[in-house]
Design a protein around this ligand. Structure first.
Ligand code: ADP
Ligand code: MG
Length: 394
């Protein structure tokens, strides 16, 4: 689960990091009063769940700025906020349609002497979280990582102890902080580690962490992603979800307990088990088709979940055929066949369906499908299923 920059900063501030003053607004009029309250140059920052906002552009707006705009004069606030609210913001991470902006963070402008990157992620190779840092922070960190990976410093962080003070201090020196900045940087790194570990994050990054000409160290941009599997432990975090930023089909699926990801193809897939779902997508592609989604209904899906899954699949106008691929292990084939029949009667799909069932009670499952009189093609194995559904989609 992702959250907005302003929310990430609130979590970091609560853990002891210093962040600039800012106000979140939903209208141009409120942006103007935020400017007055903060009194002075501000930066308007479009709040979307995507990075690269600074270098992005507002689609079809003709405006020459992106989602991060420095504003000195009061009369420019309204004009800029209007563009931000009216046109979708396109960045490297949003896709070509861009993302609608419904909130703007009006933040006091900072004087910047240096921009630094710090971030925490899980390092799967060593099986531990790591704190990464780079003295060349800012908007091009991905490029630094690709071209000069040796410039990225890495410190393993024990989940039991969190980042230790000596680790933070050493990193601060390596990043070139001097004098009083060292303590400030250390405090921010400790806050980052605390939030990452306590809130079960999969990513927590500050980019840029800036040093002002006066030597203050400030969190200018922050991004946090939480591990969905641990959200049940954090009702406070779940409340931070901004549903308007989520793909509606994915949100609906999550509510039904389905694991669903939208893709660009035209073959809907309803599968049980993540591994089988992956191989189903692979074999569809192998036979020349393109999956419209990844969908794992899980090991114990019931009729309601299968019905909801079919509704979600068929709600995608690009879906021209559907493959139901079920291996009856924990869930028996007759149970899933009954669920499919019931779901069909309710949803009444107009596109061709191919069903491949295998596993416990498969004979009974196939009989139920055959006797249902529904317009379903059955397949004997995975290859047969993939060929049939690819042909049907064409
Ligand atoms: P993104 O990473 O999505 O592009 P950032 O918040 O990192 O968004 O902003 C991009 C750049 O804009 C920063 O690297 C920094 O140079 C500048 N910037 C962001 N916020 C401020 C601010 N409050 N004051 C001055 N400059 C800022
Ligand atoms: Mg940034």
């Amino acid at each position: 689960m992702k959250i907005h920059e302003f929310q990430a900063k609130e979590l970091l501030a609560a853990a002891g990091a210093s962040v600039p003053r800012g106000l979140v607004v939903s209208s141009a009029a409120d942006a103007l009063s935020a400017f007055d309250k903060l009194g002075g140059p501000v930066v308007l920052k479009a709040q979307v769940h995507a990075g690269g906002r600074g270098k992005g552009r507002f689609k079809d707006s003709g405006a020459d700025f992106g989602g991060v705009k420095f504003i000195k004069n009061r009369e420019d606030v309204g004009k800029v906020a209007d563009v931000m609210f009216k046109f979708p913001l396109v960045t490297k991470q949003t896709g070509a349609d861009g993302q609608k902006v419904s909130k703007i963070l009006v933040q006091e402008a900072a004087d910047i002497a240096r921009e630094i990157y710090i971030g925490m992620v899980l390092d799967r190779t060593i099986g531990m979280p790591i704190l990464m840092a780079c003295a060349e922070g800012g908007v091009e960190i991905e490029e630094v990582a690709a071209k000069t990976p040796e410039k990225i410093l890495k410190v393993p962080v024990s989940p039991e102890t969190g980042l230790l003070a000596f680790q933070a201090r050493r990193l601060a020196f390596e990043l070139g902080f001097t004098g009083e900045q060292v303590g400030q940087a250390e405090k921010i790194m400790m806050a980052l580690s605390k939030v990452f570990l306590e809130k079960d994050c999969s990513l927590a990054e500050i980019n840029p962490l800036v040093v002002s000409p006066k030597g203050e160290v400030i969190v200018l941009d922050a991004k946090i992603t939480f591990d969905d599997n641990a959200l049940f432990r954090h009702p406070d975090v779940e409340k931070l979800l901004d549903e308007s930023e989520e793909n509606p089909a994915e949100l609906r699926a999550a509510r039904a307990g389905l694991s669903f990801i939208s893709l660009n193809g035209n073959i809907g897939c309803l599968v049980n088990g993540a591994g089988l779902a992956m191989s189903t997508m692979d074999i569809i592609k192998y036979h020349g088709g393109e999956p419209a989604n990844f969908l794992d209904v899980g090991g114990g899906a019931n009729k309601d979940q299968v019905t909801e899954a079919l509704r979600i699949l068929l709600g995608d106008p690009n879906v021209k055929a559907v493959l139901i691929n079920i291996f009856g292990g924990i869930m028996k084939c007759d149970t899933i066949a009954n669920a499919v029949v019931a779901a069909f009667k309710e949803v009444q799909p107009k596109v061709p369906f191919v069903v491949r069932l295998e596993g416990t009670n498969v004979g009974e499952g196939r009989r139920i499908l055959q006797e249902s009189g529904l317009n379903l093609a059955t397949a004997t194995d995975l290859t047969d299923a993939a060929k049939k559904v690819v042909a049907a989609a064409k």
